[in-house]
Design a protein around this ligand. Structure first.
Ligand code: DOR
Length: 428
């Protein structure tokens, strides 16, 4: 099966390509960039896609997704999560271990990968837990999980509060050449907080989570990263102080990378003013100053990637008092149009944005030649129209999670085709 994508604006930051070029996919791989396409167009076995006026780039890679299976299939399954990813232009997703059972041993990893192969439509790369049951005490079977296919370790959803356990985890991770993803939160400080600690939480009478709760653990994990030499990746950075700590650490040469989510670079905590539980997320949506610092961090390269922290929950679970609702935003299907606002606001060029959605995440986690359109690489491609206006409609989501604060927003950017291993898995 061959696909010829004609006349698109090919943007591949891995090769610094940004020009109108044809792209040929064959046998599941990137074949090349034919300039003369007459013969191919006459060949009935070649599917031709006219991409003139559209952007063609490597498929997006999301390093932070909750697929919920096994155990929470009422919120999402590997199948629905993969369909949502494809609709969002993602060809690879990295899924977090806070399932039931927790992905803390090879048998759970194998189950996830089997389900992904048989029911998923995009590439799935599991993250193994740092500690057994994510309880923060005994280390999980890190070597076995790596052998089974895990690409990183994290207790995401919960921090590892014991610094000695985190140190040992980092030492193991280094030996197995796995990055450690830190969900940075001091549980004693965040306590039973439900939103950002500040003026808005006071007005609303809701318990706050202070910035320091994130920054203390970012500082600790950078310190442990320096001690062990392990690659540390800070998930869902939400505060100006955390951006500053990562910036300083990078300047010292510490092996640390950072991630920003669309909700943290788009919203500030005023979004919570109507007690809308779809804005309840952990870490919480912070102040305008924090939001600006995250945008600045994306601009100057302190924050290397954009990831969604796709965290689907059911309507019933979210339709309760703010205090009681679970944390999380369903993010896969709104990521591109929200991210394109960074281009509109001149924070990033389109090439820089695509780099943070493709090549950079591939470099951090996935030890393979993904996130690029180099000949020979897997034919994981997205075609999108950056200028087409779309209205976010949660009722049309492929994800079971309709929990988005962006319902009804008019944004620019429509995914037209998502292609995984040379197969079209989504078309608008
Ligand atoms: O808002 C969140 N939801 N943050 C997390 O860290 C976990 C996630 C979830 O699993 O629902």
């Amino acid at each position: 099966m061959k696909i010829l994508i004609k006349d698109g604006q090919l943007i591949d930051p891995s090769q610094e390509i940004n020009e109108v070029r044809n792209l040929l996919l064959s046998d599941g791989k990137i074949n090349g960039y034919p300039s003369d396409t007459k013969e191919l167009e006459m060949d009935s076995s070649v599917q031709v896609i006219d991409a003139s006026g559209k952007v063609v780039s490597p498929g997006f890679i999301d390093l932070h997704v909750h697929l919920r299976e096994p155990g929470f299939e009422h919120k999402e399954t590997i199948r629905t999560g993969c369909l949502a990813a494809a609709a969002g232009g993602f060809t690879s997703v990295v899924c977090m271990p806070n399932t039931n059972p927790v992905n803390d041993n090879a048998s759970v990893t194998e189950y996830i990968l089997l389900k992904a192969r048989t029911e998923g439509v995009v590439n799935v790369f599991p993250v193994g837990a740092i500690t057994k049951g994510q309880k923060g005490q005994a280390l999980a079977e890190i070597g076995e999980m790596r052998e089974a296919g895990c690409v990183a370790i994290s207790d995401d959803g919960r921090p590892v509060m014991n610094s000695r356990v985190m140190r040992h985890a980092m030492e193991y991770a280094k030996a197995f050449e796995l990055p450690v993803i830190s969900h940075a939160e001091d549980l004693n400080l965040s306590s039973d907080g439900v939103m950002n600690d500040g003026f808005t939480s006071t007005i609303l009478g809701l318990r706050g989570i202070p910035n320091a709760s994130e920054e203390i653990i970012v500082a600790r994990d950078i310190t442990l990263g320096e001690l062990t030499g392990t690659h540390l990746h800070i998930a869902h950075v939400s505060t100006a102080g955390a951006v500053r700590l990562i910036r300083d650490a990078k300047k010292r040469g510490v092996k640390v990378t950072g991630e920003a989510t669309p909700h943290h670079f788009t919203l500030n905590d005023k979004a919570v003013l109507n007690y809308d539980t779809s804005t309840k997320v952990n870490p919480p949506i912070r102040s305008r100053e924090d939001m600006e610092a995250i945008r600045e961090g994306l601009k100057d390269g302190v924050l290397d990637i954009i990831a969604t922290d796709h965290a689907p929950h059911t309507e019933d679970e979210k339709k309760v008092e703010f205090d009681l609702a679970p944390f999380g935003i369903s993010g896969l299907e709104t990521a591109l149009p929200l991210a394109l606002r960074l281009v509109e606001d001149r924070i990033l060029t389109l090439t820089e944005l695509i780099r943070k959605l493709t090549f950079n995440p591939a470099q951090i986690i996935i030890r393979s030649n993904r996130g690029t359109l180099k000949p020979g690489a897997p034919a994981d491609v997205v075609i999108f129209d950056p200028n087409k206006t779309v209205k976010v409609d949660r009722d049309k989501f492929f994800s079971k999670g309709r929990n988005t604060p962006f319902h009804g927003w008019r944004l620019s950017g429509q995914i037209l085709y998502t292609i995984v291993g040379g197969e079209i898995v989504f078309s608008a």
